[in-house]
Design a protein around this ligand. Structure first.
Ligand code: IMP
Length: 432
């Protein structure tokens, strides 16, 4: 498989980092295509634990080339911290990490604007953002007022920054937010430009040339389908296209070059931030899932809201992404549950529906219709082969496949590479 897009099939935090790490074995290049340092991927290798926000986790595999595509919004200061962090753990970044010159930059004013807007919003309008300036950075991009990574190479960078910062300070004052010390920020970004210069590249040509030359590329999505700006639970979404189409617009690789789409979903559902979540459990069962699954955000540390698997979401994700197969994560978290529910549809104003309502007012009134399945009451942690899973676990997976319309190709029962089962996945991956 020369090109593979990997996306989240739920509300983010599906465990994509680990699956990307496992599938990276098959690829020479790994490219992020959207989002920014709102994402957080936790990867465990041996005793080492890494949380990466911007740099694709492929950087941890020797010899792989990692790219931040044009669709990503890059906080240069955060990126430098991350480069230094991976370097301090012995990871080489030189010549194997590149940032698109077309990627827009995040500035401290975006973060302040993000926080200011959230603070000012009426309770019902708060999104619960990560406050990393993501929405405001994409606003500037759409408004054609942004600065891009390539601008760091401009000979008049200082004046470009001064002009932009002065305008943005006016906006911050209007929000009642403290304005920025312009000269301090200019100095930081000028230093950042010097540091990042060797990493700035024409990644569009790089990726297309690599594919034309027969290299294998893994496109790594951040967040998830239900957080996609167009297809998610708008307005409780992030500001980018987290669905598979984003891989094309966010890297400059045309659609006919994409060969396979892999969806990642948890065996249950979680979400952080505000917004409707039909299968959310407010009871002891929800608290048990959160505790066993250690459900706290990798970026903000916020507790995640937990609930049962929602097959309406799964089916919808298969449709809008063209998911060829699922990587099902955190299956082991359900090991001790007596019975397990799956939402097979919604009840909306007395009607049974199977589709995803577009209007948030409708989505928030959806009541899940559950099908109850027996639990398997034993540990799956040490199971190495799919065939050796308990029958009830296999029956649960069969039902998820039937309801969502896509095969489960990988089952993950823990954070480590070794805690991964392969099934019907091309042989190159099965050898991992
Ligand atoms: P923003 O992306 O910071 O603007 O936040 C918008 C919404 O997306 C909020 O509900 C966040 O909690 C959610 N979000 C953003 N990034 C992630 C992620 O990586 N995982 C899960 N939720 C996320």
């Amino acid at each position: 498989m020369a090109t593979r897009v990997l996306i989240g099939g739920q509300w983010g935090d599906e465990g994509k980092g680990k699956i990307v790490d496992v599938l990276t074995e098959d690829a020479q290049l790994i490219a992020r295509f959207q989002g920014g340092n709102n994402a957080g991927h936790t990867v465990e290798i041996g005793e080492k634990k890494f949380v990466l926000h911007l740099i694709p986790s492929g950087i941890l595999r020797e010899g792989k080339v990692c790219i931040l595509g044009n669709g990503v919004v890059v906080d240069p200061l955060g990126l430098i911290e991350e480069i230094l962090e991976v370097q301090s753990r012995g990871v080489e970044t030189s010549g194997r990490f590149f940032v698109s010159e077309r990627a827009h930059m995040v500035f401290p004013y975006h973060c302040r604007q993000d926080a200011g807007a959230e603070n000012l919003a009426a309770e019902s309008e708060k999104i619960g953002t990560t406050r990393r300036g993501i929405g405001p950075a994409y606003m500037d991009k759409a408004d054609r007022k942004g600065l891009r990574v390539g601008d760091l190479l401009a000979p008049d960078l200082k004046s470009l920054l001064r002009e932009k910062l002065a305008r943005r300070n006016v906006r911050l004052e209007a929000l009642g937010v403290e304005s920025l010390d312009i000269e301090a920020v200019v100095a930081q970004y000028v230093d950042a430009a010097t540091f990042l210069k060797p990493y700035i590249a024409d990644t569009v040509t790089m990726l297309n040339d690599a594919i034309a030359g027969g290299q294998k590329v893994l496109f790594e999505g951040a967040q998830g389908t239900m957080l996609d700006i167009d297809h998610g639970s708008y307005p409780f979404v992030t500001s980018s296209n987290a669905t598979a189409g984003g891989a094309c617009t966010g890297t400059g690789v045309p659609p006919q070059r994409i060969e396979e789409v892999v969806g990642v979903c948890k065996a249950y559902t979680t979400r952080v931030g505000e917004g409707p979540f039909p299968t959310e459990l407010h009871d002891e069962t929800g608290a048990r899932i959160a505790e066993i699954g250690a459900e706290f955000g990798a970026t903000t540390g916020r507790p995640r809201r937990c609930g049962w698997f929602d097959a309406v979401v799964g089916r919808y994700a298969v449709m809008v992404n063209g998911i060829d197969w699922w990587a099902l994560t955190k299956m082991d978290v359900l090991d001790s549950f007596e019975t397990i529910n799956i939402s097979i549809g919604y009840e909306l104003d007395g009607e049974h529906i199977q589709h995803m309502p577009a209007r948030i007012e409708d989505f928030s009134r959806c009541v899940p219709v559950y099908e109850e399945l027996p639990g398997w009451h034993c540990s799956t942690k040490d199971v190495k082969r799919y065939e050796d899973l308990p029958n009830a676990a296999k029956a649960y997976i069969d039902r998820l496949e039937e309801l969502t319309g896509a095969r489960v190709g990988i089952v993950s029962v823990g954070p480590r590479r070794s805690e991964t089962m392969f099934r019907d996945v091309p042989r190159e991956t099965a050898s991992v």
